[in-house]
Design a protein around this ligand. Sequence first.
Ligand SMILES: *Cc1c(COP(=O)(O)O)cnc(C)c1O
Length: 386
Amino acid sequence: MTRKTFLPFSPPSISEDEIKEVVDTLRSDWLTTGPKTKRFEEAFRERLGSPAALALNSCTAALHLGLAALGVGRGDEVITTTMTFAASANIIEHLGGRPVLVDVEPDTLNIDPAQVEEKITTRTKVILPVHFAGHPAAMDQIFELAGDNNLGVLEDAAHALPAVYRGKAIGSGDNPAAFSFYATKNLTTAEGGMLTGSEELLEQARVLSLHGMSRDAWKRYEQGGSWYYEVVSPGYKYNMTDIQAALGLHQLRRLEGFQRRRGEVVRAYNDAFSGCEALELPVERAEVEHAWHLYVLRLRPEALTIDRDQFIRELESRNIGTSVHFIPVHLHPYYRDKYGYAAGDFPVAYENYRRLLSLPLSPRLTNEDLADVIEAVLQVVKRNWR
Ligand SMILES: *Cc1c(COP(=O)(O)O)cnc(C)c1O
């Protein structure tokens, strides 16, 4: 039986607590960066055990400032994965740098450290791994390469809240890590992001995040605050508002519960699909705790008469919403044309891109929703079995 209503891919989970806190903020006379943003930064820093945290208006802003704080400028090379959202590469272009794309490991679809090593030159400044779907990249090897070659490491942790690599939370180190609170992410502030890292690095990023104004300029409208400030660099406008932080404070309190439900959904999908030869399930390596931002299912084309695009259409006709993560960066016209990439230049990313889709995954999914997704996927497979 096809379900009656459309199941969205990843609806947000907003409780009365978030709504009350936003209303309280609106009545408080302090709308933008202020006391709630400070509290959210502190609570986030404590949750991950980070040296410092800086709340921003997006993960893209956090990535941009992270790279800037690591000193990336014109002509510098930054090595990153093609299997990511374009923001990870765009910010390198913003700074006049050159994104050097590499292929991914076939199991996790994370950046392949062996290929990173091959791409290191005298111009390389930073390695930018992305924790794809919430599965941490091979950070031991990446930090070793960075150490041997005197490079910075910026982690795109948009999917990786809360992920753990060899017992340590992603975002608990001194190197910068950028988290996303976009509407579909594991924790949302509608739009928003957080940069974690050493106090020294984040102090630079903090100044850049608000027009390059000297320290704590947001306090200048408080009683006792000083009207005087100095612009020490041509900064950006990337600060988080207290309205966003109001959402974040309660989302952070609910994170454990969100993750418990995400885990249940993943286990139910795995149990239902593991016997099906047409489907390849996501992996979780022994040394990590997966944040399960995405459940990326891969089709085995040799077992099916339809391709991924048709598979998605057939799920949609059964009222199941899905998505594709990601269209590899090297296929986008800007990058393809500027750097002369062909689709097959990164064969693992390309081959996997053509056969992957992300199933609904959110704490909002009920057991009935879950059963509907499973039934629809297995029906589509059965109807199109080769
Ligand atoms: C969502 C996402 C971003 C961008 O996050 P925003 O908060 O929307 O700027 C960056 N990288 C990856 C891998 C993402 O999925």
